[in-house]
Write a protein that binds this ligand. Sequence first.
Ligand code: GLN
Length: 199
Amino acid sequence: MSTVGVLALQGDVREHLAAATRVGATAIGVRRLAELESVDALIIPGGESTTIDKLLRAFDLFEPLKERIHAGMPVMGSCAGMIMLATDLVGGIEGQQSLAAIPMTVRRNAFGRQVDSAETELVWEPDGSAMHATFIRAPWVEACSPEVEILATAAGPDGTRHPVAVRHGSAIATSFHPEIAAPGAVHDDRVHRLLLDLI
Ligand code: GLN
């Protein structure tokens, strides 16, 4: 059985542990180097990217994590996790770093600060099916290299569409929260299953 780690420094760790368990992985929280070294794949949860960045460095995990990702470990980031996986940021704070796993520019709080949270129906491009997605102070992909596969797009406040789910090699990033189900709905675990398939 594959072990999927969830970076457990800050953010919605529990929901991702539950989703990874539902798709059949052994799920563990990752806070230490030994835990990072023991996982087959890692999820970077939503939360606050500036805090996750600072804590990664405080826990001496930033460089080891970057090395594992660049050595090909499958990784998935949602929301703040998407920001952490970008090469370039718009709207980052002074000194904010990211792990540069996906050649893309990500805009923080892209849907506007007033859009605290929203639910939208997306088209999941790999099979053209519908996907219900929850956005919370979400980023979007402002620009990306042509090698980046776009898995879903969503319209911004002015109607222009932007990628909100992408894949590059073994790295997946979503603006939305695939670990959160709409009230009363069953969990849609397609993004977590895709991560497991990359192991
Ligand atoms: N706006 C947050 C950030 O910049 C991300 C929000 C989220 O992860 N739900 O990190």
